[in-house]
Design a protein around this ligand. Structure first.
Ligand code: HEC
Length: 130
C-alpha cells in the first residue's frame, strides 16, 4: 500500500516538473538568457512596421520565426548598402553587429502567429457647422 502511494507521488512529481519545464520553454524570450531588456526595446522599435513580436499584419515582412542567419545577412546588407532599401538602411546603420545578432535571436524565437484578419474601416464624412 505504502509502496503504491510512493510510486504515485513520484509519478505526480515528474509530471509536475515536466509541466514546469514546458511552461518555461513556452515563454521563449524569458527562457533565453541572451535576450536582454535592451534587445526587447530595440525589437519594439521594429513593431511599428513588422508587427508585435515580428508578427506583421501589413505588407512588411514577418520577422517572427525568421532564420537567424538570414536575418543577420539581410541586416548587414542593409547596413553596408549592398541590399537597396527604402527605410531599412537607416534602421540597420543605427545598430551594432552585436545588437543585430541579439535581434536575430529575439526574432527567431518568436512564434509566428496566424495572419490577423483586419476589417476595412468605414470612414464617415462629417460636416463642420460654421
Ligand atoms: C518604418 C517601417 C519599418 C521599421 C520601423 C522597420 N522596418 Fe524592417 N523593413 C521595412 C521595409 C519597408 C522593408 C523592405 C526593405 C526596404 O524597403 O527598406 C523591411 C525589411 C526588413 C527585413 C528583410 C526581410 C526579408 O524578408 O528579407 C528585415 C530583416 C527587417 N526589415 C528587420 C527590421 C528590424 C530588426 C527592425 C527594427 C530594428 C525593422 N526592420 C524596423 C520597414 C520597416
Amino acid at each position: 500500500m505504502k509502496k503504491t502511494k510512493l510510486i504515485a507521488s513520484v509519478i505526480l512529481m515528474s509530471v509536475q516538473s515536466s509541466l514546469l519545464v514546458s511552461a518555461l520553454f513556452a515563454s521563449h524570450t524569458l527562457a533565453n538568457p541572451m535576450i536582454t531588456n535592451h534587445t526587447q526595446s530595440l525589437a519594439a522599435s521594429c513593431a511599428a512596421c513588422h508587427g508585435t513580436n515580428g508578427n506583421s499584419v501589413g505588407n512588411a515582412a514577418k520577422l517572427a520565426g525568421i532564420k537567424a542567419d538570414y536575418f543577420v545577412a539581410q541586416m548587414l546588407a542593409f547596413k553596408s548598402g549592398a541590399r537597396k532599401a527604402t527605410v531599412m538602411h537607416r534602421h540597420a546603420s543605427g545598430l551594432t553587429d552585436d545588437e543585430i545578432n541579439q535581434l536575430s535571436v529575439y526574432f527567431t524565437n518568436q512564434v509566428p502567429a496566424a495572419p490577423a484578419q483586419l476589417k476595412s474601416q468605414l470612414l464617415i464624412k462629417t460636416t463642420v457647422q460654421e
